[in-house]
Design a protein around this ligand. Sequence first.
Ligand code: ADP
Ligand code: MG
Length: 348
Amino acid sequence: MIEDKNQNKTPLSELGEFGLIDHLTKGFKIKHASTIKGIGDDAAVLDFKNEQIVVTTDMLVEGVHFDLSYMPLKHLGYKAMVVNLSDVYAMNAQASQITVSIAVSNRFPLEALEALYSGIETAANMYDVDVVGGDTTTSTAGLIISITAIGYVNSKEVIYRDGAKPDDLLVVTGDLGAAYMGLQVLEREKEVFKVNPQNQPDLESYTYIIERQLKPEARKDIVKLLKDLDVKPTSMIDISDGLSSEIMHLCKHSNVGCDLYENKIPLDPQVISTCEEFNIDSTTVALNGGEDYELLFTVSQEDFTKIKANPNFSIIGFMKEKSAGMHLITRAETSIPLKAQGWNSFNS
Ligand code: ADP
Ligand code: MG
């Protein structure tokens, strides 16, 4: 949070647009045989033989999706990648290429974009994807980053949101609510810093939740694990807006209802303790917090034995007939209708 104002910074105008693109992308190596032509021509050329192609885009806008006062640019680059890759994995697909488009104001020196691109490169290596293009332009104010991810999947293996059936089990990976609580801690520290810039925050007891906010991971491993376990979910979605709204997407697309059990929702101990400290209900956080980038899926009852003991999975409910509606069964065993209060970019 403390900015060193004495560092030597290089204005972007010194490089020009093409110099900048070359500089930022020179370290990128092509790893996939499907990348015939990457950066450097008018368009990239890809060859996927007989696979089906998945394409997904996300845009992140400064002041709306991220705050650079506590989000290091390297982490922002990494997170922008993860947000997109997560959508590819939610189709049960492999990610293979990405394009990166940025709009930057002259407030950003070269060193800032180098940091952003080092996060992009780290994620590209971590998730084994080729950076094959993008666009670079100026903005009058903040930073905008838009990433498109491209992946492939065999037509028999693609998983949509619309395949869930009554009696299917509802399963989620990992744990929920941590990224949201990490954000609450960072927002609080930002306010403290405004009042007292000398204050050195002690964030030790929040390391997991802050990491989940600043450096989330996409569940590439789950796509492989499902294959290894020979489990094909009937429907799948990634959790970006919050468990509640994602469950409602699966139900609406699949024309089913569901019961979600509050006592089955996976929570990290740091989420529980931080919720107590902030006096927020942990179930509300898990349902509506978002940015978890876990996978939510349904499987038929036959697959129960294949997933029941796996620590990556929590069975949190089951699907019902549409007429039964969508409900949260609380710890007190009352049934209340699910509401989607997930993060929505059109709400203030
Ligand atoms: P054009 O004028 O044809 O749009 P550009 O000069 O914008 O081409 O881009 C030249 C090459 O650099 C293209 O391959 C493009 O995809 C790539 N590129 C441009 N900006 C970026 C960026 N921010 N990140 C990665 N690749 C980029
Ligand atoms: Mg261009």
